[in-house]
Write a protein of this length. Sequence first.
Length: 313
Amino acid sequence: MKSAFSQDQDYLKNLSNKKFLITGGNGMLASSFLNQLKINIQNPKTYCFNKLELNVSNFDSFTKYVNLKPDFIIHCAALVDADLCEKNKEDGKSNIVDGAKNIMKYAKINNSKVFYPQSFLIYSDINRMVDENTTPNPLSIYGDLKLEAENIILDSSENTISVRMGGFFGGDEKDNNFIGKVTAHISKLIKQGKKEMAIGDRVWQPTFTDDLAYNSLVLLANNKNGKYNMASHGSCSFFELTKELIKILNIEDRFTVSRISAKILSKREVARRPLSVIMNNSRLKQENLDRQRDWKISLKEYLTKPYFKKLFT
């Protein structure tokens, strides 16, 4: 996503020549941050580290970067497997909670601003939109740990920001969320001669990581702090999303999907997930900083990438 918002150009100049340390360098979101920095910021100094290069669970791992002195730390490293956290809380706690403590310790030494991407899984099932004032109520250990980490970061310093993001997609072959998994699976089924599958009706807001990264840079450029919700405009069920991507990929004559209750599919999951979380970007809207797009527009842009075309040729 290249900036389509001319009003942001003056803001984004504030990030020129700044130094960014990005954790979780192998992940979907970190890749989008790196890409958006290159596209929209003049001469950014970027350091994007994977777990082998920087293990946030172990503060000794930060020692070799003691003189880096980043202006911004974008903390994308996290154990994002909710089911695994349910099975092994200690591993999840080490990565998510201890990682947050170590990041803040390192940030204080370097006087760095910390950006924390938060999960919508800190919320529970409710029959209305959630905003920044909605009290979180995690349904899983993963959600509990992510909320604890957010509180550590925000309570440790005023020079921090946490963005509660919609369920995201991005990264092409790195996409290990729903869209990445379902497109690869449909491709496999088609090659096996199969023509249909059942998809659940859990509701979410599919949000492009490029949109999230860009909008987050706008917040950093405006020196914002505290909590924000950030998700695509509109919402859909996984079933509706899959129908839309089949349409975009132009494989409607080769594959179809049927609807199945999310309650049935959730029985196969270890960690409990909300059946519907719709976030309102209230603070972004109030501050005229909402740069999110309708999910269908972002999805179409994403699925026209060469990686997805190759899956179905």
